[in-house]
Design a protein around this ligand. Structure first.
Ligand code: HEM
Length: 139
């Protein structure tokens, strides 16, 4: 990574910069909604859509709340639903490489729709690949 990019990533990691750059609660809830819109649209995501409840309203809200805390903003998920550990929360869902890649594809496409700087989108997608890998429980 170039020195400049490293400095930028350091900046993103400070305080609640990610939360703010992502547009606060409103911006992040939009990201979560766009993410699930992508899941409902992309043929590559049909399989993981099928793992979700038929009504995605709560999934949209839960992801938005979770991502606020993930980006060092207020932990809105915990406030409403209590603490969440991602890997145990996904243990009952069969997630292999295909499912992980489909999830990240939905996120990549949703990030494309946001008014964030490109470097920030790249940073978030790179960051999210880590919990996505942790959720994988199949070869
Ligand atoms: C790796 C691929 C992933 C797949 C296939 C996947 C799939 C799912 C499914 C099917 C549910 C709904 C469970 C239900 O309502 O019965 C769910 C819930 C959830 N997922 Fe994921 N997920 C993945 C990764 C992630 C990642 C990386 C995050 C966050 C960064 C995340 C955040 C959440 C949250 C917050 C919930 C709600 C948990 C709850 O309250 O029960 N997921 N996921």
């Amino acid at each position: 990574m170039s020195d400049n990019l490293e400095k930028l990533h350091e900046h993103y990691r400070e305080g609640d910069n990610q939360f703010r750059i992502a547009g606060g609660v409103e911006g992040i809830q939009k990201l979560a909604n766009d993410f699930y819109d992508q899941m409902e649209t992309l043929p590559e995501a049909k399989h993981i859509l099928g793992l979700h409840p038929g009504d995605l309203t709560e999934s949209r809200e839960k992801l938005g709340r979770f991502l606020c805390g993930y980006m060092n903003g207020p932990d809105l998920y915990k406030e409403k639903y209590g603490p969440l550990q991602l890997a145990p929360a996904h243990a009952h869902i069969p997630i292999g490489t295909d499912e992980k890649e489909a999830w990240l594809l939905c996120m990549e496409k949703a990030l494309e729709q946001q008014p964030y700087p490109q470097a920030f989108k790249d940073f978030l997608l790179q960051r999210l690949a880590i919990p996505a890998e942790r959720c994988r429980n199949q070869p």
